[in-house]
Ligand binder design. Structure first.
Ligand SMILES: Nc1nc2c(ncn2[C@@H]2O[C@H](COP(=O)(O)OP(=O)(O)O)[C@@H](O)[C@H]2O)c(=O)[nH]1
Ligand SMILES: [Mg+2]
Length: 452
């Protein structure tokens, strides 16, 4: 457990050889501690100061200090930030001096945790900071910035107040059963208001589930027969020579993986062994893995040679792909004539032409983005959550709302309906952090970096 009465210190930038390092102190004693290292003291006020820092009589560094007074700071406590020179030894020495003079080293995320506990930010904002820091693509970054700033948190607050309104209407009809003309408490009215809330929760959940896939990375398997250019396609997408490419059939015998971050979507790519009949045991095992990858992947790039699209092996792969999300990739497209192209375009829907060897893969990338990005995600005007714990809370809210809706419609006693609604209310509070378990909060902030 963290002791939040202590004053804490941590580097907020990496400790390395760099021009400037930033060190943050937070807590009641921040000003006392820094002043022990200065001959010309700083006042307890919001300001910027240029000072020489000393260890006793010995000059340590010339620094710029930015000071904030509680409650007007990130953590809500007195905060002093020191911009010192950025050598590894120098930064460590200053942190040690600060610790020697009364601070303790902060835990990961402890500054943000204090900000949360002092009501400077809610939990959605706190998680937003983390999303922003760890963002792998533009979409995650945009969501992180929005959530950190609390841009769309009002939607949760509105949901809460609408839900509370329903709960109180029901409560009145429970408390005063004879008084049955409380406005809006008829079965029809309650069903209507609850459905409206539920629809909002449902679309928040839908947006968020789609976004978390795009931000964490979509498991994308590249499959097809041997020698069609799967490994070349992987290399072209990754923009590096990761997988071995030769014109010998059966070159790739095990899976090769890599990650790419497109603008609004990340892909966890898996190159697989080409599928064909073989007597080679090792290759056979690789092919088994390829087939398994088709089952596990969220998206399959099925690479084919135009001329042999209807042969037995490809038919087998087509069969295996039934019900899966896949894109048919006609690679080596420089060998496909326009006439042939005209013929195919009438038959197949999700297909693209690529020439991996010439790095012509733009159509494929465009197609992948088209399939996974919609306006709701990029429009930037509503709350989207991209971490699992938050999404599972929203899921719980939805489950409880739906349970109470079917109870109302099924004519169950109204007090039973209210139990589920209270639970939905609790989950919404947990989501925004108005109700929390200390251990869960500790765990959330442990994911953060030191100094944040
Ligand atoms: N002309 C042409 N050759 C390609 C293309 N993509 C791959 N190849 C060649 O096809 C052969 C097999 O490629 P590879 O990526 O190892 O295929 P894999 O067995 O499906 O992984 C190699 O000689 C590649 O250079 C392409 O778009 N055009
Ligand atoms: Mg290969």
């Amino acid at each position: 457990m963290n002791n939040f009465n202590q004053t804490i210190v941590a580097p907020t930038t990496n400790i390395s050889t760099q021009a400037i390092s930033l060190i943050r102190i937070s807590g009641d004693d921040s000003f006392n501690i820094i002043n022990k290292l200065l001959k010309t003291k700083i006042k307890e006020e919001k300001n910027v100061w240029v000072r020489k820092m000393f260890d006793g009589q010995e000059l340590v560094d010339e620094v710029v200090i930015t000071s904030f007074v509680s409650p007007a700071s990130f953590t809500g406590e007195n905060v002093v930030e020191i911009a010192c020179h950025g050598g590894i030894l120098n930064t460590q020495r200053i942190i040690n001096l600060i610790i020697k003079n009364g601070a303790r080293m902060a835990n990961k995320g402890e500054f943000s945790q204090r900000a949360f506990l002092n009501n400077k930010i809610d939990l959605i904002q706190a998680e937003g900071i983390n999303d922003l820091i760890f963002a792998k693509n533009e979409l995650a970054l945009k969501i992180g910035v929005n959530n950190m700033s609390g841009a769309h948190n009002q939607s949760i607050i509105n949901l809460k107040s609408n839900l509370l309104d329903i709960i109180s209407r029901i409560q009145v009809s429970i408390d005063y059963p004879d008084y049955d003309d409380v406005e809006g408490s008829s079965i029809e009215d309650l069903t209507k208001s609850l459905s409206a809330i539920n629809n909002e929760v449902k679309s928040l959940l839908k947006r968020s589930k789609m976004a978390i896939k795009n931000t964490n990375g979509i498991k994308t398997a590249i499959v097809g027969k041997t020698n069609v250019g799967k490994s070349s396609l992987l290399n072209a997408l990754l923009n590096e020579d990761k997988a071995i490419v030769t014109d010998i059939h059966g070159t790739t015998r095990d899976i090769v993986t890599g990650e790419i971050n497109l603008e609004n979507i990340s892909l966890n790519l898996i190159d697989t062994a080409g599928i064909r009949k073989t007597n080679d045991i090792v290759e056979g095992l690789g092919i088994e893995k390829s087939l398994k990858m088709i089952d596990e992947a969220e998206l399959v790039l099925f690479v084919v040679d135009f001329k042999s699209i209807n042969d037995e092996e490809n038919k087998m792969i087509f069969d295996k792909l039934k019900g899966k999300t896949y894109i048919l990739v006609f690679n080596k497209s420089e060998f496909i004539t326009n006439e042939e192209k005209n013929k195919i375009s009438k038959e197949k829907i999700n297909f693209v032409y690529t020439s991996a060897i010439n790095n012509e893969i733009d159509d494929l990338i465009k197609k992948i983005e088209e399939m996974h990005i919609n306006e709701e995600l990029t429009k930037n005007d509503s709350l989207i959550l991209i971490n699992l714990e938050q999404i599972s809370l929203v899921q719980q809210v939805k489950d409880r709302l739906e349970k109470s809706l079917s109870a109302i419609i099924g004519g169950m006693p109204i007090d039973i309906v209210n139990v589920d609604l209270h639970e939905a209310w609790d989950y919404l509070n947990q989501l925004i952090g108005e109700q929390y378990d200390e251990e869960i909060i500790d765990n959330i902030f442990k994911k953060y970096c030191l100094g944040k």
